[in-house]
Ligand binder design. Structure first.
Ligand SMILES: [Zn+2]
Length: 409
Protein backbone atom coordinates (compact mmCIF):
# COMPACT_ATOMS: atom_id res chain seq x y z
CA UNK A 1 0.00 0.00 0.00
CA UNK A 2 1.27 3.41 -0.86
CA UNK A 3 1.10 5.50 2.25
CA UNK A 4 3.32 8.49 1.64
CA UNK A 5 4.00 11.34 4.02
CA UNK A 6 1.26 13.43 2.55
CA UNK A 7 -1.34 10.76 3.23
CA UNK A 8 -0.20 10.44 6.82
CA UNK A 9 -0.42 14.17 7.30
CA UNK A 10 -3.94 14.14 5.90
CA UNK A 11 -4.94 11.37 8.28
CA UNK A 12 -3.35 13.12 11.25
CA UNK A 13 -5.13 16.34 10.35
CA UNK A 14 -8.44 14.54 10.07
CA UNK A 15 -7.93 12.84 13.43
CA UNK A 16 -7.01 16.13 15.06
CA UNK A 17 -10.02 17.85 13.56
CA UNK A 18 -12.29 15.13 14.81
CA UNK A 19 -10.74 15.42 18.24
CA UNK A 20 -10.91 19.16 18.47
CA UNK A 21 -14.15 19.66 16.63
CA UNK A 22 -12.45 21.24 13.63
CA UNK A 23 -10.31 24.33 13.45
CA UNK A 24 -13.07 26.40 11.99
CA UNK A 25 -15.33 26.37 15.01
CA UNK A 26 -13.16 28.83 16.93
CA UNK A 27 -16.04 31.32 17.07
CA UNK A 28 -18.29 31.09 20.10
CA UNK A 29 -21.26 28.82 19.50
CA UNK A 30 -24.71 29.14 20.95
CA UNK A 31 -25.19 27.72 24.43
CA UNK A 32 -25.91 24.03 24.21
CA UNK A 33 -28.65 22.60 26.33
CA UNK A 34 -26.71 19.34 26.41
CA UNK A 35 -23.44 20.73 27.73
CA UNK A 36 -22.59 19.31 31.12
CA UNK A 37 -21.22 20.98 34.20
CA UNK A 38 -19.82 19.79 37.50
CA UNK A 39 -22.57 18.39 39.65
CA UNK A 40 -23.07 20.56 42.68
CA UNK A 41 -20.44 23.11 41.65
CA UNK A 42 -21.87 26.53 41.17
CA UNK A 43 -20.63 28.41 38.19
CA UNK A 44 -21.20 32.10 38.80
CA UNK A 45 -22.95 34.40 36.34
CA UNK A 46 -20.00 36.76 36.33
CA UNK A 47 -16.29 36.31 36.92
CA UNK A 48 -13.10 38.36 37.01
CA UNK A 49 -10.31 38.87 34.51
CA UNK A 50 -7.14 40.92 34.97
CA UNK A 51 -7.22 43.26 31.99
CA UNK A 52 -3.99 45.06 31.07
CA UNK A 53 -5.55 48.44 30.27
CA UNK A 54 -2.38 50.45 29.78
CA UNK A 55 1.36 49.95 30.20
CA UNK A 56 2.13 48.76 33.72
CA UNK A 57 -1.51 48.76 34.82
CA UNK A 58 -3.94 45.88 35.11
CA UNK A 59 -7.53 46.44 36.13
CA UNK A 60 -9.64 43.68 37.65
CA UNK A 61 -12.86 43.60 35.63
CA UNK A 62 -15.98 41.50 35.90
CA UNK A 63 -17.79 40.11 32.89
CA UNK A 64 -20.67 37.68 32.42
CA UNK A 65 -19.33 34.19 31.74
CA UNK A 66 -19.79 33.37 28.06
CA UNK A 67 -21.99 30.55 26.81
CA UNK A 68 -20.16 27.22 26.38
CA UNK A 69 -20.66 25.89 22.86
CA UNK A 70 -20.78 22.24 21.82
CA UNK A 71 -17.01 22.17 21.18
CA UNK A 72 -15.96 24.47 24.01
CA UNK A 73 -14.62 23.88 27.51
CA UNK A 74 -14.98 26.20 30.48
CA UNK A 75 -11.97 25.98 32.79
CA UNK A 76 -11.81 27.33 36.34
CA UNK A 77 -8.34 28.80 36.63
CA UNK A 78 -6.15 27.58 39.48
CA UNK A 79 -2.96 29.41 38.65
CA UNK A 80 -0.70 30.87 35.97
CA UNK A 81 2.98 31.72 35.81
CA UNK A 82 4.25 35.12 34.68
CA UNK A 83 6.41 34.71 31.58
CA UNK A 84 9.10 36.98 30.16
CA UNK A 85 6.68 37.65 27.31
CA UNK A 86 4.09 38.95 29.80
CA UNK A 87 6.76 41.15 31.38
CA UNK A 88 7.59 42.71 27.99
CA UNK A 89 3.93 43.30 27.17
CA UNK A 90 3.28 44.75 30.64
CA UNK A 91 6.17 47.18 30.40
CA UNK A 92 6.22 48.23 26.76
CA UNK A 93 3.25 46.69 24.85
CA UNK A 94 5.53 45.50 21.99
CA UNK A 95 2.77 43.20 20.68
CA UNK A 96 0.29 46.07 20.60
CA UNK A 97 -2.34 43.98 22.38
CA UNK A 98 -3.61 46.40 25.04
CA UNK A 99 -6.38 46.01 26.26
CA UNK A 100 -5.60 42.34 26.82
CA UNK A 101 -6.01 39.50 29.30
CA UNK A 102 -2.52 37.98 29.45
CA UNK A 103 -1.31 34.72 31.01
CA UNK A 104 -0.41 31.63 28.96
CA UNK A 105 1.35 29.46 31.57
CA UNK A 106 -1.93 28.59 33.23
CA UNK A 107 -3.81 25.56 34.44
CA UNK A 108 -7.18 24.79 35.92
CA UNK A 109 -10.12 22.47 36.21
CA UNK A 110 -12.82 21.66 33.69
CA UNK A 111 -16.14 22.85 35.12
CA UNK A 112 -18.27 22.70 32.00
CA UNK A 113 -17.88 21.24 28.53
CA UNK A 114 -19.80 20.98 25.29
CA UNK A 115 -21.33 17.69 24.18
CA UNK A 116 -18.79 17.17 21.38
CA UNK A 117 -15.78 17.30 23.70
CA UNK A 118 -14.54 13.80 24.46
CA UNK A 119 -10.74 13.65 24.30
CA UNK A 120 -7.71 15.89 24.70
CA UNK A 121 -5.20 16.59 21.93
CA UNK A 122 -3.17 13.50 22.83
CA UNK A 123 -6.23 11.23 22.74
CA UNK A 124 -6.75 11.05 26.52
CA UNK A 125 -10.33 11.14 27.82
CA UNK A 126 -11.63 14.41 29.19
CA UNK A 127 -14.23 14.73 31.91
CA UNK A 128 -15.48 17.31 34.35
CA UNK A 129 -13.02 17.92 37.16
CA UNK A 130 -9.97 17.07 35.05
CA UNK A 131 -6.98 19.38 35.37
CA UNK A 132 -5.85 20.79 32.05
CA UNK A 133 -3.40 23.05 30.26
CA UNK A 134 -3.74 24.58 26.82
CA UNK A 135 -1.06 24.98 24.21
CA UNK A 136 -1.69 26.68 20.89
CA UNK A 137 -4.83 27.40 18.94
CA UNK A 138 -5.06 25.78 15.52
CA UNK A 139 -6.32 28.76 13.66
CA UNK A 140 -4.91 29.32 10.25
CA UNK A 141 -2.05 26.84 10.23
CA UNK A 142 -3.22 23.24 10.41
CA UNK A 143 0.28 22.08 9.37
CA UNK A 144 1.41 22.29 12.95
CA UNK A 145 0.80 18.82 14.36
CA UNK A 146 2.11 17.08 17.42
CA UNK A 147 2.78 13.84 15.60
CA UNK A 148 5.65 14.95 13.43
CA UNK A 149 8.79 16.01 15.30
CA UNK A 150 10.14 17.69 12.22
CA UNK A 151 7.22 20.02 11.91
CA UNK A 152 7.76 23.64 12.72
CA UNK A 153 7.57 24.89 16.29
CA UNK A 154 4.53 26.78 17.47
CA UNK A 155 6.18 30.22 17.23
CA UNK A 156 3.76 32.65 15.66
CA UNK A 157 0.66 30.54 16.40
CA UNK A 158 -2.09 31.88 18.62
CA UNK A 159 -2.15 31.02 22.31
CA UNK A 160 -4.59 31.90 25.07
CA UNK A 161 -3.09 34.80 26.97
CA UNK A 162 -1.82 36.59 23.86
CA UNK A 163 -5.14 37.12 22.07
CA UNK A 164 -6.70 40.52 21.46
CA UNK A 165 -9.71 41.26 23.68
CA UNK A 166 -13.13 40.45 22.22
CA UNK A 167 -16.73 39.94 23.37
CA UNK A 168 -15.78 36.78 25.25
CA UNK A 169 -13.04 38.47 27.37
CA UNK A 170 -12.05 35.16 29.03
CA UNK A 171 -9.10 34.77 26.68
CA UNK A 172 -6.14 34.52 29.04
CA UNK A 173 -5.17 32.64 32.19
CA UNK A 174 -4.86 35.75 34.39
CA UNK A 175 -8.53 35.37 35.25
CA UNK A 176 -11.02 33.28 37.21
CA UNK A 177 -12.16 31.32 34.15
CA UNK A 178 -10.93 30.60 30.63
CA UNK A 179 -13.15 29.63 27.71
CA UNK A 180 -11.24 27.07 25.63
CA UNK A 181 -12.82 27.14 22.22
CA UNK A 182 -13.11 24.21 19.83
CA UNK A 183 -10.00 23.95 17.68
CA UNK A 184 -7.58 24.60 20.53
CA UNK A 185 -5.05 22.14 21.87
CA UNK A 186 -5.79 21.03 25.39
CA UNK A 187 -4.08 18.39 27.52
CA UNK A 188 -5.38 16.39 30.47
CA UNK A 189 -2.65 16.71 33.12
CA UNK A 190 -4.64 15.56 36.16
CA UNK A 191 -1.67 13.43 37.26
CA UNK A 192 0.56 16.47 37.84
CA UNK A 193 0.44 18.77 40.87
CA UNK A 194 -0.32 22.49 40.61
CA UNK A 195 3.29 23.76 40.55
CA UNK A 196 4.30 21.22 37.92
CA UNK A 197 1.33 22.21 35.78
CA UNK A 198 2.25 25.89 36.03
CA UNK A 199 5.81 25.06 34.97
CA UNK A 200 4.86 23.00 31.90
CA UNK A 201 5.14 25.83 29.40
CA UNK A 202 8.64 27.06 30.37
CA UNK A 203 9.83 23.45 30.71
CA UNK A 204 8.61 22.67 27.17
CA UNK A 205 11.01 25.37 25.91
CA UNK A 206 13.91 23.34 27.34
CA UNK A 207 12.67 19.95 26.24
CA UNK A 208 12.61 21.45 22.75
CA UNK A 209 16.09 23.00 23.11
CA UNK A 210 17.56 19.67 24.21
CA UNK A 211 15.84 17.91 21.28
CA UNK A 212 17.46 20.50 19.01
CA UNK A 213 20.83 19.88 20.69
CA UNK A 214 20.48 16.12 20.25
CA UNK A 215 19.97 16.63 16.52
CA UNK A 216 23.68 17.55 16.28
CA UNK A 217 24.69 14.03 17.34
CA UNK A 218 27.20 15.50 19.78
CA UNK A 219 25.26 15.38 23.04
CA UNK A 220 25.78 12.04 24.81
CA UNK A 221 25.43 10.50 28.28
CA UNK A 222 29.06 11.20 29.16
CA UNK A 223 29.23 14.65 27.55
CA UNK A 224 30.70 17.57 29.41
CA UNK A 225 28.05 20.29 29.17
CA UNK A 226 28.17 23.95 30.10
CA UNK A 227 24.95 25.90 30.75
CA UNK A 228 25.41 29.66 30.71
CA UNK A 229 22.75 31.67 32.54
CA UNK A 230 20.90 30.39 35.61
CA UNK A 231 17.58 32.15 35.38
CA UNK A 232 14.51 29.90 35.11
CA UNK A 233 15.48 28.84 31.57
CA UNK A 234 19.06 27.85 32.42
CA UNK A 235 17.98 26.11 35.64
CA UNK A 236 15.32 24.07 33.84
CA UNK A 237 17.88 23.30 31.11
CA UNK A 238 20.13 21.76 33.76
CA UNK A 239 17.21 19.73 35.14
CA UNK A 240 16.29 18.40 31.68
CA UNK A 241 19.91 17.40 31.01
CA UNK A 242 20.15 15.74 34.41
CA UNK A 243 16.93 13.75 33.96
CA UNK A 244 18.29 12.41 30.67
CA UNK A 245 21.34 11.09 32.43
CA UNK A 246 23.99 13.72 31.72
CA UNK A 247 26.24 14.05 34.75
CA UNK A 248 28.96 16.53 33.94
CA UNK A 249 27.20 19.87 33.93
CA UNK A 250 28.88 23.19 34.70
CA UNK A 251 26.64 26.18 35.43
CA UNK A 252 27.87 29.70 34.65
CA UNK A 253 26.22 32.78 36.18
CA UNK A 254 27.08 35.92 38.17
CA UNK A 255 24.79 35.26 41.16
CA UNK A 256 26.02 32.90 43.89
CA UNK A 257 22.42 32.13 44.94
CA UNK A 258 21.47 31.05 41.44
CA UNK A 259 24.62 28.95 41.11
CA UNK A 260 23.72 27.24 44.37
CA UNK A 261 20.27 26.47 43.01
CA UNK A 262 21.84 25.22 39.76
CA UNK A 263 23.60 22.56 41.83
CA UNK A 264 20.30 21.47 43.38
CA UNK A 265 18.89 21.18 39.87
CA UNK A 266 21.67 18.85 38.79
CA UNK A 267 24.80 20.84 37.91
CA UNK A 268 27.84 19.30 39.57
CA UNK A 269 30.11 22.32 39.14
CA UNK A 270 29.69 26.07 38.77
CA UNK A 271 31.62 29.15 37.70
CA UNK A 272 30.82 32.70 38.83
CA UNK A 273 31.86 34.80 35.84
CA UNK A 274 32.22 37.89 38.04
CA UNK A 275 35.28 36.31 39.63
CA UNK A 276 37.23 36.23 36.36
CA UNK A 277 38.65 39.08 34.35
CA UNK A 278 38.69 38.59 30.59
CA UNK A 279 37.29 35.78 28.47
CA UNK A 280 40.54 33.76 28.49
CA UNK A 281 40.46 33.48 32.28
CA UNK A 282 36.76 32.65 32.25
CA UNK A 283 37.23 29.94 29.62
CA UNK A 284 40.10 28.54 31.69
CA UNK A 285 37.82 28.42 34.75
CA UNK A 286 35.22 26.45 32.78
CA UNK A 287 37.96 24.15 31.48
CA UNK A 288 39.16 23.56 35.06
CA UNK A 289 35.69 22.35 36.11
CA UNK A 290 36.04 19.60 33.49
CA UNK A 291 39.54 18.62 34.70
CA UNK A 292 41.30 20.41 31.87
CA UNK A 293 38.80 19.77 29.07
CA UNK A 294 36.60 22.26 27.29
CA UNK A 295 32.90 21.45 27.05
CA UNK A 296 31.57 19.02 24.44
CA UNK A 297 28.37 20.98 24.29
CA UNK A 298 27.13 24.38 25.51
CA UNK A 299 23.69 25.89 26.10
CA UNK A 300 23.48 29.68 25.97
CA UNK A 301 20.53 30.69 28.16
CA UNK A 302 20.99 34.44 28.67
CA UNK A 303 19.70 37.31 26.55
CA UNK A 304 23.07 39.08 26.67
CA UNK A 305 25.00 39.61 23.40
CA UNK A 306 28.30 39.55 25.35
CA UNK A 307 27.36 36.14 26.75
CA UNK A 308 26.72 34.89 23.23
CA UNK A 309 30.20 36.04 22.18
CA UNK A 310 31.75 34.29 25.16
CA UNK A 311 30.12 30.90 24.86
CA UNK A 312 32.16 29.77 21.83
CA UNK A 313 35.30 29.88 23.96
CA UNK A 314 33.93 27.24 26.34
CA UNK A 315 33.49 24.59 23.62
CA UNK A 316 36.12 22.12 22.37
CA UNK A 317 37.03 21.58 18.72
CA UNK A 318 34.25 19.59 17.07
CA UNK A 319 31.83 20.46 19.87
CA UNK A 320 28.30 21.78 19.73
CA UNK A 321 26.30 24.76 20.86
CA UNK A 322 22.62 25.55 21.33
CA UNK A 323 21.61 29.22 21.45
CA UNK A 324 18.23 29.73 23.09
CA UNK A 325 18.66 32.90 25.12
CA UNK A 326 17.36 35.35 22.56
CA UNK A 327 13.66 34.75 22.86
CA UNK A 328 13.25 38.30 21.66
CA UNK A 329 15.70 40.46 19.73
CA UNK A 330 18.45 41.45 22.17
CA UNK A 331 20.78 43.06 19.63
CA UNK A 332 23.83 41.94 17.65
CA UNK A 333 26.74 39.94 19.04
CA UNK A 334 30.36 39.86 17.90
CA UNK A 335 32.00 36.58 17.02
CA UNK A 336 35.17 35.59 15.24
CA UNK A 337 34.10 33.26 12.41
CA UNK A 338 37.60 31.79 12.04
CA UNK A 339 38.32 30.90 15.67
CA UNK A 340 34.78 30.40 16.91
CA UNK A 341 33.23 28.41 14.06
CA UNK A 342 35.52 27.33 11.18
CA UNK A 343 38.74 26.17 12.78
CA UNK A 344 36.71 24.71 15.63
CA UNK A 345 34.31 22.89 13.29
CA UNK A 346 31.53 23.85 15.63
CA UNK A 347 27.98 22.58 15.13
CA UNK A 348 25.39 25.09 16.22
CA UNK A 349 21.61 24.97 16.56
CA UNK A 350 19.15 27.67 17.55
CA UNK A 351 16.02 26.94 19.51
CA UNK A 352 12.76 28.83 19.98
CA UNK A 353 9.55 27.78 21.71
CA UNK A 354 8.50 24.15 21.13
CA UNK A 355 6.44 21.75 19.09
CA UNK A 356 3.25 20.17 20.39
CA UNK A 357 5.15 16.90 20.76
CA UNK A 358 7.69 18.60 23.03
CA UNK A 359 4.78 19.89 25.08
CA UNK A 360 3.48 16.38 25.67
CA UNK A 361 7.03 15.07 26.39
CA UNK A 362 7.30 17.69 29.11
CA UNK A 363 4.59 16.04 31.23
CA UNK A 364 6.85 12.99 31.60
CA UNK A 365 9.95 15.11 32.16
CA UNK A 366 8.25 16.73 35.17
CA UNK A 367 7.46 13.33 36.69
CA UNK A 368 11.01 12.07 36.08
CA UNK A 369 12.55 15.21 37.59
CA UNK A 370 10.52 14.72 40.76
CA UNK A 371 11.38 11.03 40.72
CA UNK A 372 15.11 11.76 40.96
CA UNK A 373 14.55 14.45 43.58
CA UNK A 374 15.10 17.65 41.62
CA UNK A 375 13.32 20.52 43.42
CA UNK A 376 11.44 21.78 40.38
CA UNK A 377 8.68 23.33 42.58
CA UNK A 378 11.24 25.68 44.11
CA UNK A 379 11.42 27.53 40.78
CA UNK A 380 8.18 29.21 41.82
CA UNK A 381 9.59 31.66 44.34
CA UNK A 382 6.64 34.07 44.71
CA UNK A 383 2.87 33.70 44.45
CA UNK A 384 0.19 36.39 44.40
CA UNK A 385 -3.63 36.35 44.22
CA UNK A 386 -5.21 37.74 41.05
CA UNK A 387 -6.11 41.07 42.66
CA UNK A 388 -2.40 41.71 43.30
CA UNK A 389 -1.35 41.12 39.73
CA UNK A 390 0.24 44.58 39.35
CA UNK A 391 2.44 43.92 42.36
CA UNK A 392 3.26 40.46 41.00
CA UNK A 393 4.46 41.97 37.73
CA UNK A 394 6.46 44.68 39.50
CA UNK A 395 8.15 41.99 41.58
CA UNK A 396 8.92 40.15 38.36
CA UNK A 397 10.40 43.29 36.77
CA UNK A 398 12.64 43.80 39.80
CA UNK A 399 13.96 40.27 39.12
CA UNK A 400 13.67 39.40 42.78
CA UNK A 401 12.67 35.81 42.27
CA UNK A 402 12.70 33.12 39.61
CA UNK A 403 9.21 32.16 38.51
CA UNK A 404 6.38 34.29 39.85
CA UNK A 405 2.85 32.89 39.71
CA UNK A 406 -0.71 34.05 40.20
CA UNK A 407 -2.60 31.51 42.30
CA UNK A 408 -6.40 31.64 42.54
CA UNK A 409 -8.06 30.46 45.70
ZN1 LIG B 1 5.89 31.67 28.40
Amino acid sequence: MDINNKNIEEIVRKVLEDMTGGAKSAAPAAPAATSSSVAGATIPQKARVAMLVEKERYEIREYPLPPVGDDDILVKVEGCGICGTDAHEFKRDPFNLIPVVLGHEGTGEIVKMGKNVKKDSAGKDLKLGDKVVTCMIFKDNPDITMFDLNKQNVGGADVYGLLPDDDIHFNGWFSDYLLVRGGSTIFNVSDLDLSSRILIEPCAVLVHAVERAKSTGILRFNSRVVVQGCGPIGLICIAVLRTMGIEHITAVDGEPKRLEFAKQMGADRSVNFKEYKGIENLAKAVEDTFDGHLADFAFQCTGSPAAHSNIYKFVRNGGGLCELGFFINGGDATINPHFDICSKELTMVGSWVYTLRDYATTFDFLKRAKGIGLPIDKLITHTFPLEQINEAHQTNLRMEGLKIAIINK
